[in-house]
Design a protein. Structure first.
Length: 476
């Protein structure tokens, strides 16, 4: 490195930039291979988005909100329920304590067991291909993995920077309950926030530009979820164009034009932006080393997680790969193997289960009917409603359906979409069927305990060929 004189003790086999889930998975893998590694993390605390400001706090708040919801209403005759009292600040404090505890146990406590790993805090930027600068010091890595994650992309809306907008991160920190909340966007983070805060007593309005919520999903899925969210009292406006946002007194006002060309305005105590994310690449100096990114600052990688610069890999939310914590961690291990071993491991996302943690949940794996159509794969669809699943019938909660997409020529499952309370719990059975090419008839031939939701998968599978409604108990 002629540009830079890097001290010997600052030279490593591997530098990982970032300290989130992707980085930790890579560091643990590198340690097991005795690769001397430096992890540099700045911005969020070690552990990154998922534990500190993402999955963990959001799922805690969703569960807290769910317990309020169940305490407020029952479908069963003879169960009389009153309005629960809520101490919002206490909920947030408990969330903060849980986050701290999980960050300690799942991240910081692991560090002493990783003798080949050194960590430093600070923001890294490339000086040249194998050299990064942190806190004014230079470090050299024979290989480098970028794992800097992603953050909220603030949509270009007139006036937005003049109002005190929130992101999911800052919203989860508020100890005072928002009286009312405009949620911009209707992807999974937006919808999870909307329902959780609504159930905790905030008046919520969702404003979405696309024609539907969860805009990539089929209409029957989005209609079903929208119906249940609206029935709870969440206001949803889709197909809107936002004109401007401004502050009026203590409140925030937003003007939008509807799909039918009417201009309307809404007012709210708070507004949260959840319209999408951008890769944390802005000040990384990537331009110096010719690493290609998308318009949203996401790093382009190939299936071996290599960037366009030799010896430099990228993993997790900062890449164009699916932005989940379990994919980030998976990529961490793969990138280290690809960097240091001759036998390369491709990242394979062909069987990727995912869940939207609303109630009912939306869950999916594999392709839906639109993708099967586009790919020219013979396909057949069945939609089996929870109103025909014994578990749901006795629980007096029949919201949703299980949709299976199969290839009728070989009886193999191509994909599944579920809208159901706790529907995400069904995904792994379906994922195994796709990955290991288990024909539906094999699933139909297996015992499924009576009065489980998974019995619904068997019933749905049978419904391709049988009128299940005419059967007696136990799908036989
Ligand atoms: C509200 C919310 C809910 C979510 N819920 C789920 C869920 O239920 N399930 C799920 O699978 N996923 C969920 N996710 C997504 C999940 O959190 C991410 O996919 C995951 O955390 C990505 O991990 P990562 O390691 O790629 O990035 P991150 O965890 O973001 O880590 C990147 C780290 O790098 C640091 N950094 C950035 N720039 C630099 C730099 N220049 N130098 C040094 N360090 C830097 C960052 O500050 C951060 O600490 C959720 C996300 C959000 C926001």
């Amino acid at each position: 490195m002629d540009c830079c004189n890097v001290d010997t003790e600052k030279k490593f086999d591997l530098i990982i930039i970032g300290g989130g889930s992707a980085a930790f998975a890579a560091a643990i893998h590198a340690n097991s291979m005795k690769v001397s590694t430096l992890m540099i993390n700045g911005g969020l605390p070690f552990g990154g988005t998922c534990v500190n400001v993402g999955c963990v706090p959001s799922k805690f708040l969703i569960r807290a909100a769910e317990s309020i919801h169940h305490a407020s209403a029952s479908n069963f005759n003879g169960v009389n329920i009153g309005k629960p009292t809520i101490n919002f600040a206490e909920i947030i404090k408990q969330k903060t304590a849980l986050v701290a505890d999980m960050q300690q146990h799942k991240y910081l406590d692991l560090l002493p067991g990783l003798p080949h790993l050194k960590i430093i805090e600070g923001k890294a930027k490339f000086v040249e291909k194998n050299v990064v600068e942190v806190n004014g010091e230079l470090y050299e890595g024979y290989k480098i993995i970028i794992a800097t994650g992603a953050t909220t992309l603030v949509a270009e809306i007139k006036g937005i920077t003049d109002v005190p907008y929130l992101t999911s991160t800052t919203l989860f920190e508020l100890e005072e309950q928002p009286q009312s909340l405009i949620v911009l966007g209707a992807g999974y983070i937006a919808l999870e926030i909307a329902q959780a805060y609504h159930r905790m007593g905030t008046k919520v309005t969702i404003i979405q530009r696309s024609k539907s919520i969860l805009s990539k999903e089929a209409k029957d899925i989005t209609d079903e979820l929208e119906k249940h969210l609206a029935a709870e009292g969440i206001t949803i406006h889709t197909g809107t164009t936002i004109n401007k946002v401004w502050k009026e007194g203590a409140n925030i006002k937003l003007s939008y034009t509807t799909g039918t060309n009417e201009t309307e305005a809404i007012e709210s105590s708070h507004i949260v932006i959840a319209t999408g994310t951008k890769g944390n690449t802005k000040n990384l100096g990537l331009e110096k080393i010719s690493i290609e990114t998308t318009e949203r600052g996401l790093i382009k990688v190939d299936e071996l997680l290599r960037t366009s610069a030799e010896e430099i890999f990228a993993i997790g939310d900062v890449t164009t790969n699916p932005p989940f914590v379990y994919t980030a961690a998976y990529e961490g291990g793969k990138a280290v193997v690809n960097a240091f071993k001759a036998h390369h491991k491709q990242a394979d996302f062909s069987v990727l289960p995912w869940v939207v943690f609303t109630d009912p949940q939306v869950a999916g794996v594999g392709m839906d009917e639109t993708e099967a159509e586009q790919k020219g794969i013979p396909h057949q669809v069945t939609v089996f409603h929870l109103q025909d699943i014994p578990r749901s019938i006795v629980a007096l909660d029949t919201r949703g359906f299980i949709k299976l997409i199969r290839n009728p020529e070989n009886d193999l499952l191509l994909g599944a979409r579920i809208v159901a309370p706790e529907g995400g719990e069904l995904l792994m059975q379906l994922s195994l069927m796709i990955k290991y090419r288990i024909p539906l008839k094999e699933i139909i031939g297996m015992f499924h305990p009576y009065l489980t939701l998974s019995e619904g998968v068997k019933l749905a599978a049978m419904s391709f060929t049988t009128d299940v409604k005419k059967m007696s108990c136990c799908a036989s």
